[in-house]
Design a protein around this ligand. Structure first.
Ligand code: MHO
Length: 187
C-alpha cells in the first residue's frame, strides 16, 4: 500500500535567506527548502527590489517537512536558535526590513504554536534581549531567482559564504548534531 506522507510547510525569515536555507537543508525530516520573498506588498519582487528595502518583503525560506519526524514547534525552536531574533530589521551586518525576523503562518494552529514557542523562549531568556520576531499569516510566497536557491552549496568559496554562512552552519551542526540528516562527522 502506498504510504502517503502528509507534509507540512513553514515559512520563516531569519535574515539573509542564503544563511537560513543552508541551516535548514541539513535537518532530518526536511524535504525541501525554497528561498523567496514574503510579507510585503509588491507582486513578483526581484532580488534587486528587495535589496532597496522598500517592498516590505522579507527574505524568507519555505520549508517542507515531515511532521512525523520534525514537529512545527521544533522547527520554530531551531529557527529561534539559528538566528538572532532580538535585532529589529537587522541580522548581523545585514540591515534593512528585508532581514527582519518573521514567522509567516499557514494556519491558525501554526499561529497559536508560533506565539506559544516565542513566549517560551522569551521567558527562558535564551536571548539576552526581548524577541522582536513578527508573527503574521502568510499571504503570498514568491520563490526567489534561481541563482539564490542552494546558494551556499553552490558558492561555498564566496566571501559572504566563507565569512558568515560557514561559521553559522558549523555552530548549528554542533548544537543540533542529533537533528541532522547525517551526523556532523558526515558518516
Ligand atoms: N549583504 C549581503 C546579503 C546577502 S543576502 C542574500 C550581500 O548583499 O551580499 O541578502
Amino acid at each position: 500500500m502506498d504510504q502517503q506522507v502528509a507534509m507540512e510547510t513553514a515559512t520563516l525569515g531569519g535574515g539573509c535567506f542564503w544563511c537560513t536555507e543552508a541551516v535548514f537543508v541539513e535537518l532530518r525530516g526536511v524535504a525541501r527548502v525554497v528561498s523567496g520573498y514574503a510579507g510585503g506588498h509588491v507582486p513578483n519582487p526581484s532580488y534587486k527590489q528587495i535589496c532597496n528595502g522598500n517592498t516590505s518583503h522579507a527574505e524568507v525560506i519555505q520549508v517542507t517537512f515531515d511532521p512525523a519526524q520534525l514537529a512545527y514547534d521544533d522547527v520554530l525552536r531551531l529557527f529561534f536558535a539559528s538566528h538572532d531574533p532580538t535585532t529589529l530589521n537587522r541580522q548581523g551586518n545585514d540591515a534593512g526590513p528585508q532581514y527582519r525576523s518573521i514567522i509567516l503562518t499557514h494556519s491558525p494552529a501554526q499561529d497559536e504554536i508560533a506565539r506559544r514557542v516565542l513566549a517560551e523562549i522569551d521567558a527562558a531568556q535564551i536571548w539576552p534581549a526581548p524577541i522582536v520576531t513578527e508573527i503574521v499569516p502568510l499571504d503570498v510566497f514568491y520563490p526567489a531567482e534561481a541563482e539564490h536557491q542552494d546558494y551556499f552549496a553552490r558558492n561555498p568559496w564566496s566571501g559572504y559564504c566563507q565569512a558568515i554562512i560557514a561559521p553559522k552552519v558549523r555552530k548549528f551542526r554542533k548544537m543540533f548534531s542529533d537533528r541532522l540528516r547525517v551526523s556532523a562527522a558526515g558518516v
